[in-house]
Design a protein around this ligand. Structure first.
Ligand SMILES: Cc1ncc(COP(=O)(O)O)c(C=O)c1O
Length: 454
């Protein structure tokens, strides 16, 4: 195994101190033709001290290889999408079989029906679904359905929660201290240039995990709201969790006030539990959105939920379209992925391996007196270098997180052959391909990387 630094040798891994020269070359080439050299803003990463991202050329199981031939155990996993691991044999077989039969007809197909049945069976409260291709697209469908059903336009989202790049909800994703406004009345801040002010006015912002403040906002604006949308576990805020009883209270408030409750399960779906957050928390939202783990690495998403709301989509009174929706290739990949995840022990092992890594992070940091909170639930988690090691409660707690320390830690991990999310506010993910051996190597890597930053 060729890894990035000499530290790897103590783990029994071959060593390579050199920067990733091939990645550097590819990035230089990319910048001439791809805006910023990247295809998504989230990929504007650096590699430790080197100002370019790594270019991955191959993946097998839980391992990936970059253009320089460095091998990593992968905990980014395409932001959680590759839940079975890379090039999983049964997923390849399912996709290959479909490839031979044709990839897309632009007509109804049998695989999308089987997949919809599978989702409705696995996820509590999902009675009807529609497919799309990315999380952002499915978010648009759910928001339109909620607006169509209630006849209202305003939507409430929580500060820091991420629901894709489209105008409808790209609001207050990462406001700075100067932009965010008072905690009692957070300002709706566009996440980007180019979002019309009318769209921003339709999005209200509240702090997560704060009942009194949300209650006050609802007293003033509850009657204007079509929906409240949230990440039930906030993957994009370093995996922070809802406080005990918070989601149940939110469910009751939405029911009482006639507001559609939408769970953005794009990360949590089929990962937190087989039935996602709805199963894990025992709560049924009105609508939910799925992607990432759903497709096992193929581009597919879905929105769905209560019959009464989705009936408007069924009746074409809420329009939803898309050339690639429910195409048999991606549907076959998703069907295979969900069937694998349903097998006894698969998700349990994913969670168990994650808990072992989380425990190693806590132990290593504690032993060296490094304040941090390790947040998550096994299948998805993050180590947050918060000022005094306090767990995060809401987005604003991220403002004083030591991001430099996380960058140093990630770089030290890369050097020992462990690839994790470059963002300190995102998560590490475990796949069904991660083995006990991978986890044992990772535990050692965590030890040595912690030593390097301690
Ligand atoms: C919680 C959540 N919602 C929505 C999205 C948007 O999904 P996509 O990038 O597929 O458009 C993401 C993507 O990371 C996400 O994490």
């Amino acid at each position: 195994m060729k890894t990035m630094a000499a530290a790897a040798s103590s783990l029994g891994l071959a060593a390579c101190n050199a920067p990733a020269e091939e990645s550097q070359r590819w990035f230089a080439r990319a910048r001439k033709v791809l805006a910023g050299g990247i295809s998504s803003s989230a990929r504007a990463t650096v590699t430790g001290p080197w100002p370019y991202p790594l270019y991955m050329t191959r993946g097998q199981g839980s391992h990936i290889w970059d253009a320089d031939g460095h091998e990593f155990i992968d905990y980014l996993l395409s932001y959680g999408a590759a839940i079975l691991g890379h090039a999983h044999p049964e997923l390849l077989a399912a996709v290959n079989a479909q490839l031979q039969r044709g990839t897309m007809f632009g007509t109804c197909n049998t695989v999308e029906v089987e997949l919809a049945e599978q989702i409705c069976r696995m996820v509590p409260g999902v009675e009807l679904v529609r497919f799309a291709n990315s999380g952002s697209e499915a978010i648009c469908g759910a928001i339109r359905a909620a607006r169509g059903y209630t006849g209202k336009t305003r939507v409430l989202k929580f500060e820091g929660h991420y629901h894709g790049w489209v105008d409808a909800l790209a609001v207050s994703n990462r406001p700075t201290v100067a932009e965010a406004g008072p905690l009692d009345a957070p300002i709706s801040q566009p996440h980007s240039r180019g979002i019309p002010s009318g769209v921003i006015q339709d999005v209200l912002i509240a702090p997560f995990n704060d009942r009194p403040r949300l209650e006050r906002i609802l007293q003033r604006h509850g009657g204007e709201l079509a929906a409240i949308i949230l990440e039930p576990v906030v993957a994009n805020n370093a995996c922070l969790a809802p406080e005990a009883g918070y989601l149940a209270w939110l469910r009751d408030e939405c029911t009482r006030r006639g507001i559609i409750l939408i769970f953005d399960e794009i990360v949590t779906g089929f990962r937190l539990a087989r039935g996602g957050a709805a199963e894990a928390f025992g709560l049924i939202p009105d609508l939910a959105i799925f992607s990432k783990a759903l497709g096992g690495g193929f581009a597919i998403s879905a929105f769905g939920g209560k019959q009464a709301i989705m009936q408007l989509v069924a009746a074409n009174r809420v329009k939803h379209g898309g050339t690639y929706n429910g195409n048999p290739l991606c549907a076959a990949a998703a069907l295979c992925t969900l069937r694998q995840l349903e097998r006894p022990g698969v998700l349990e092992t994913i969670h168990q391996h994650g808990r072992t890594c989380m425990e190693a992070l806590r132990r290593a940091m504690h032993d060296r007196g490094i304040p941090c909170a390790v947040q998550g639930n096994g299948a998805m988690f993050q180590v947050v270098f918060s000022r005094d090691g306090r767990p995060l409660r809401h987005y604003r707690d991220l403002w004083d997180v030591d991001v430099k320390r996380y960058a140093a830690f990630r770089h030290a991990l890369l050097q020992t052959g462990v690839h994790v999310n470059a963002s300190p506010t995102a998560c590490w993910f475990i796949s069904a391909s991660h083995s006990s051996d991978d986890v044992a190597v990772t535990v050692e890597a965590i030890e040595s990387a912690t030593q390097a930053i301690g």
